[in-house]
Write a protein that binds this ligand. Sequence first.
Ligand code: PAF
Length: 278
Amino acid sequence: MRLVRRIAQAKRIVERTQKRELAIGLVPTMGYLHEGHLSLVRIARKKCDFLIVSIFVNPTQFGPKEDFRRYPRDLRRDLRLLKMEGVDLVFYPSVREMYPAGYRTYVEVHEWSRLLCGASRPTHFRGVTTVVLKLFNILAPDIAVFGRKDYQQAVIIGKMVKDLNLRIRVITGPIVREKDGLAMSSRNKYLNARERKNALVLGESLKWVRQAYKRGLRDPQAGILRMNRMIKGKGGRIDYIEMVDKNTLEPVRKLKKGTLVALAVFFGKTRLIDNTIL
Ligand code: PAF
């Protein structure tokens, strides 16, 4: 497994790989890897000949008051884990090279980037699509794998790929949960013991809505109200709970098969997201 920091060097390796007609797979990450990331790496490993994982804590997707500086990082451990998964190349660029002084170009999937998480994080998805497009241009993958925990992110990236006519197959992998049901996230590390325990209500509320739907619940507002109560009862500060179409992210009037139930909730200062599809 090679560790490459410079864009030019990564491009050279990619060109050589393309000449050998090997299918390139990419799993973009911000590092501090957990089983959720590794599950995506395993999906990609099976679908390509040459597997690249990028590790880059992307400053443009963090708001000015967000956790860019304190976002957890552990390159050594990440490299050890990726080596065990049979990754061919780890791309670990610097902020200075990805966004040199005078950098001005951003790509945005209009409107969708302001829905759900985008309402309280208005520049977040613009940062995500910009960095992902840069990674796509540098690493020229045939396939790229993203997690469904960041469901909106995956939908937005899929839309960018379609709208910009990129020849990349976007694949999504399922949410990976801890044994007690908490969705895996690098940010879980910020939670203290009480917050960690209370945060289990997120998975429980999503389980409740799945069961309630099976029993006949069709009114999204009634579902949201009940989930709201459950989560507030455990001290969660709700950013949003929404029930939307899984392809267009538009709110639904009636729950049906395929409705996305997505939420973002603060426990203490930590903002967690989770979702389920009915
Ligand atoms: O999901 C993430 O970790 C990031 O948003 C991504 C896709 C690596 C872009 O920085």
